[in-house]
Design a protein around this ligand. Structure first.
Ligand code: ATP
Ligand code: MG
Length: 410
């Protein structure tokens, strides 16, 4: 910001950086807004890269950080009459009012009004250490309130992802969603179906690979936003409410790991988010005598390909996700060399963690989890003895109805 000033430009800290600092939360990254055009920004900073085709942005490297420097932009309809005709090539919306293109430079004030929430439109100025506020964002900071700039229905229509951002930002800061912003959510949730699947993938990770994962899930569910993104899961949960324990467990574990700065993986998260669907799909097949492995092999791919139409799951995550599912029946086979082989599988640890969630959901016996916990902690000699004396876990085939069915997951 100082360097931009020395070069004769304005430079403000804006967005999440200002918002989080004011709320006493550690910002994730810093965004700068400026009246300099991207090419001019590139002349000011040596370590600068211009990115983006739709939005031209400058990424300026400062030590280990990358600062995103964006030129003030105007919002559709905020331009003079001369510029804002129906056939304006730079501002394009679809029939539903969704913004398809908005790449027109504007003033600082224009830039404030095209942002989503008032608390995201505060500009911190280093020349006098003041905060510039055109939209009442400071009042909302004090009231701990997430409020849209302008008419909520219009703003959600322009970009339905704002509905998800409202939930995420409110929970990140411990703020509430203003009534005017919360009321339309349930009715508008279905608009998420029009958002590109790759963008929803990014948002889902921000929502659930987060310290507020559980609260985000609860609020998304309450507002119908979860069902809009994961309709198969929502349907399966209605039929098998007990499988929600797996989702809750995964989110609680993720939140804890994030707080402890330990790594988290989208594969595990998605394995849990789709597990109710898997469970519902394979259950009738097991009753027909198929093994879990057969039923999973037959149905896992379809579940994934249906889901990725709405929320993308890149293959580098869907492959390990399916492995986590496919390893589940192998925990039942504890005799001989099998458990050692499973232990050496690269996905063993994730699959074992997943087994613990299924035990908590009542799908597998606690005894099975305890056995594997002990087996992992044992030394090689003890492991052999444990495996030699293990229950066979072999499933008697062809038995239908009647009799005692060991484990629902068997
Ligand atoms: P965080 O970085 O914690 O995820 P953020 O608010 O900084 O939160 P970014 O995606 O980094 O989120 O966006 C930076 C700023 O850009 C926002 O604060 C907001 O002013 C603006 N912005 C982001 N997404 C939108 C959107 N969908 N509609 C309007 N403005 C947006
Ligand atoms: Mg940010």
């Amino acid at each position: 910001m100082y360097e931009l000033g020395r070069a004769g430009f304005q430079g403000y800290l804006v967005g999440g950086g200002v918002r989080d600092l004011l709320a006493g939360v550690q910002p994730k990254d810093f965004d700068v807004a400026t009246d300099a055009e991207p090419e001019q920004v590139a002349e000011v900073f040596r370590r600068c890269r211009l990115i983006g085709r739709r939005f031209r942005l400058a990424h300026v490297r400062m030590g280990p950080e990358i600062i995103e420097v964006a030129t003030f932009r105007a919002k559709p309809g905020e331009l003079g009459d001369d510029d804002a005709g129906d056939d304006d090539p730079l501002h394009l919306t679809d029939d539903g009012g969704r913004i398809l293109r908005d790449n027109v430079y504007g003033s600082l004030e224009d830039d404030a009004f095209r942002r989503d929430f008032t608390i995201n439109a505060l500009y911190y100025r280093v020349t006098d250490f003041s905060v510039v506020d055109y939209v009442g964002g400071m009042d909302d900071m004090h009231a701990k309130r997430v409020r849209l700039i302008g008419d909520p229905v219009t703003r959600y229509r322009e970009d339905p992802v704002r509905m998800l951002r409202a939930v995420r930002i409110a929970n990140k800061l411990g703020f509430s969603i203003d009534e005017t912003a919360a009321a339309p959510l349930a009715d508008m949730a279905d608009l998420l179906a029009d958002v590109p699947a790759a963008r929803l993938f990014d948002e889902v990770l921000k929502l659930f690979l987060s310290a507020q994962a559980e609260q985000n899930y609860a609020d998304l569910s309450a507002h119908g936003l979860f069902a809009a993104m994961f309709p198969m899961t929502a349907d399966a949960l209605a039929a098998h409410p007990e499988t929600e324990t797996v989702i809750h467990g995964a989110l609680a574990g993720t939140a804890l790991r994030v707080r402890e700065d330990r790594p988290v993986t989208p594969a595990f998260l998605y394995a849990a988010l789709l597990w109710p669907v898997v469970y519902q799909t394979i259950t009738p097949r097991l009753a027909d005598g198929e093994s879990v492995a057969q039923a999973l092999a037959a149905t896992g791919g379809d579940i994934v390909s249906d889901q990725v139409e709405l929320v993308a799951i890149p293959r580098r995550f869907s492959t390990p996700m399916r492995e986590i599912w496919q390893l589940q029946p192998r925990f039942e086979r504890r005799r001989g060399k099998r458990p050692l082989r499973l232990l050496e599988h690269p996905r063993f640890r994730a699959a074992y963690d997943f087994l613990l969630l299924r035990v908590a959901a009542g799908e597998a016996e606690q005894e099975l989890a305890d056995w594997w916990t002990e087996f992992q902690e044992a030394n090689p000699v003890e492991r052999k003895a444990t495996a030699d004396s293990a229950p066979s876990g072999r499933r008697r085939r062809g038995r239908r109805g009647g009799g005692r069915r060991n484990k629902r997951s068997d």
